[in-house]
Design a protein around this ligand. Structure first.
Ligand code: FUB
Length: 330
């Protein structure tokens, strides 16, 4: 399957249908001399483009709407504009959520607002209060209530917040560390309901718990084939909430299901096996009655981990609502 976008490197695609078109909000990967490390320093992105299309036919054109936000536009940011997402608020405006390092090198999540899905976006002068870590994924439920999921281990710093809120930051956990050992439970992604104006968290941040179906207990920290690492995504099909994510160092895209946006979620299986490149990150969206997985791999760059390209594949569910594994590109 060919990449959707070939004139730039793009990754971490968050796709939504707005005004009848598919809009894609990816990271914009760029060349760098920074050596690969477990902190992700080589993912040194400095701006965002937005893309859209009115068809997911492989031959259909994808429009590049150009740069919609850049590092120098955001007063609190020092570097690393990582995986973004966007949502439409009750006021009809569009909100771009993005993680970046602040001036103290700590990842926070910012929000920028625009009148159109393709931007441009004007950032708030400060990050969202109480935000931390990376990979914001917005979800607007069928009742109109908006939520923000976020978090990512290691370079994404989630392991520095084991006691919950942003005030508990513990720098001694920086680096490729996470809970481990007998009895240790995996750290979960985080979620909070958004305020009606979409600019802040409306409540205390909660942990997203994923249960092992065979025990009904939270996934173990050492279960690297199933534990949450990064790339949270939420979609709803019928009454079921599907929380999907990357397992990071084991390189799977997995999902878990629940009956509320907060969970708990029960592990459901793998969506995608490892692709070419270290990271795997995705979104799932319904468009014209069919369901689609947007993800990235490093095929276009010949396997350079930080030069990724967005792809799209149709996904299918069985009669019980399980997502059928998606064939990986050979
Ligand atoms: O693109 C930078 C980081 O790589 C993202 O935030 C992670 O999800 C991983 O894809």
């Amino acid at each position: 399957m060919a990449p959707l976008i070939t004139h730039l490197y793009t990754a971490d695609p968050s796709a939504h249908v707005f005004e009848g078109r598919v809009y894609i909000y990816p990271s914009h990967d760029r060349e760098t001399d920074i050596q690969f490390n477990d902190n992700g320093d080589q993912y040194d992105m400095a701006d965002y483009h937005v893309f859209s299309t009115d068809s997911l036919d492989p031959a259909a054109p994808v429009v590049d709407h150009g740069v919609v936000l850049r590092t120098e536009d955001i007063p609190w940011v020092s570097k690393q504009l990582w995986a973004p997402d966007a949502a439409q608020g009750r006021d009809g405006k569009y909100y771009l959520y993005f993680p970046a390092r602040d001036k103290e090198n700590v990842f926070r999540i910012g929000v920028a607002v625009g009148d159109r899905p393709e931007g441009p976006f004007t950032p708030d002068p400060e990050p969202i209060k109480g935000s931390y870590s990376i990979d914001p994924a917005s979800f607007v439920d069928t009742d109109g209530q908006a939520y923000l999921y976020f978090g990512g281990l290691w370079g994404g710093q989630l392991q520095c917040y084991q006691k919950g809120n942003a005030d508990t930051y513990d720098a001694s956990w920086l680096g490729p560390k996470e809970p481990s050992g007998p009895g240790a439970k995996a750290l979960g992604a985080r979620v909070a309901r958004l305020t009606d104006d979409m600019h802040q968290f409306a409540e205390e941040v909660r942990e997203v718990v994923i249960l092992a179906p065979e025990t009904g207990e939270p996934i173990d920290a050492d279960d690297h084939d199933r534990r949450f690492f990064e790339a949270a995504w939420m979609h709803k099909r019928g009454d079921t909430y599907y929380f999907s994510y990357s397992t990071g160092d084991s390189h799977y895209l997995c999902y878990a299901t629940g009956t509320t946006p907060y969970g708990p979620f029960t592990y459901g299986g793998r969506i995608l096996e490892p692709v070419l490149g270290w990271t795997t990150h995705h979104s799932i969206v319904e468009f014209q009655g069919r369901w689609w997985l947007f993800h990235h791999d490093c095929e276009l760059s010949g396997g350079v981990n930080h030069l990724r390209s967005v792809k799209v594949k149709e996904i299918f569910y069985d009669d019980e609502g399980k997502i059928l594994p998606v064939p990986v590109d050979q």
